[in-house]
Design a protein around this ligand. Structure first.
Ligand code: SF4
Ligand code: SF4
Length: 101
């Protein structure tokens, strides 16, 4: 979980490729293993779409570039500041990513 940033994702654009999980596990654990990723791809229980979640442990990317957003070639992930959260919540394309343990 990034300090002072909130993860949003676009379920229409997300293809389920898992590249974000692989990139995250590489920066966090030094290996390509989705089980070691902080960002987690799941299935939305109601919408039947992909659902991105984020674990509550700290993101190693800190304030720098996010490996997950950089590798997502369809622009389905965004981390936003507190100030941008209200506008993201009004935009129906974006869903707030749940925080999971
Ligand atoms: S968010 Fe992007 S990189 Fe991650 S699974 Fe979806 S399309 Fe792939
Ligand atoms: S910001 Fe970095 S540590 Fe956090 S989910 Fe994305 S790749 Fe993983």
């Amino acid at each position: 979980m990034k300090a002072k940033k909130h993860l949003f994702f676009d379920p229409e654009r997300c293809t389920g490729c898992q590249l974000c999980e692989l990139a995250c596990s590489q920066v966090n654990a030094g290996e390509y293993n989705p089980d070691l990723s902080i960002i987690r791809l799941m299935s939305h229980p109601d919408l039947g779409t992909n659902l991105l979640c984020i674990q509550s442990r700290p993101c190693i990317c800190g304030d720098g570039p996010e490996s997950c957003t950089e590798i997502c070639n369809v622009g389905a992930i965004r981390f936003v500041d507190d100030e941008e959260v209200p506008s993201m919540l009004k935009d129906r394309r974006w869903l707030a990513a749940p925080v999971v343990d």
